[in-house]
Design a protein around this ligand. Structure first.
Ligand SMILES: C[S@@+](CC[C@H](N)C(=O)[O-])C[C@H]1O[C@@H](n2cnc3c(N)ncnc32)[C@H](O)[C@@H]1O
Length: 161
């Protein structure tokens, strides 16, 4: 994951990203990578698997805000509050990446990055590859980028207009 994530982190550095919103925390692996890339991270997960002690070991505990909630619910949107993020990383419910995009893209500033994990993860519990293809057809005006290493599932992103 670390290597596959590098391209996205280089793109984030390229736009001077200082803040990120993540959907899907799990233990906090990608949240920690984003914090190590100089971003303050708000990360949302349905369940409380986030390991704050791990983030502290990496010296970024104070850069990560964990919000427990359903990213698809109005209550979570209210709890996260109004903010303008430089990067949105969608890695939550892989059957609902389209809904996460609809609900959270507004939180990214123009010129910021909207990213999806697992764009090549073809499995019954994932609609991300189909959604990624759909996005590319629906938005011919934006430039799509992706990083896909052998054994990985691919990360795709575009710059929000
Ligand atoms: C693939 S894992 C995230 C991995 C993490 N980004 C990383 O790479 O370190 C997906 C996570 O999304 C969470 N999730 C699934 N549906 C969600 C929802 N509707 N709202 C918030 N989190 C959700 C799951 O609990 C799970 O922890």
């Amino acid at each position: 994951m670390g290597v596959e994530f590098d391209g996205l982190m280089r793109a984030a550095a390229g736009i001077g990203a200082r803040s990120a919103l993540e959907i899907g925390t799990r233990a906090g692996g990608t949240a920690i990578l984003m914090a190590l890339s100089d971003m303050d991270v708000t990360t949302i997960d349905l369940v409380s698997g986030y390991r704050d002690e791990l983030a502290c070991q990496w010296g970024v505990g104070d850069r990560i805000r964990f919000v427990q909630g359903d990213s698809l619910s109005a209550a979570t949107i209210k709890q996260v509050g109004q903010a303008s993020y430089d990067l949105l990383f969608i890695d939550g419910n892989h059957l609902a990446a389209d809904r996460d995009m609809d609900l959270w893209e507004h939180a990214v500033r123009p010129g910021g990055i909207v990213a999806l994990h697992d764009i090549h993860y073809n499995a019954p519990d994932s609609a991300v590859p189909a959604f990624w293809r759909h996005l590319q057809q629906r938005r011919p005006d934006v430039e799509f980028h992706e990083e896909h290493i052998e054994g990985g599932y691919g990360i795709g992103w575009f710059i929000k207009r």
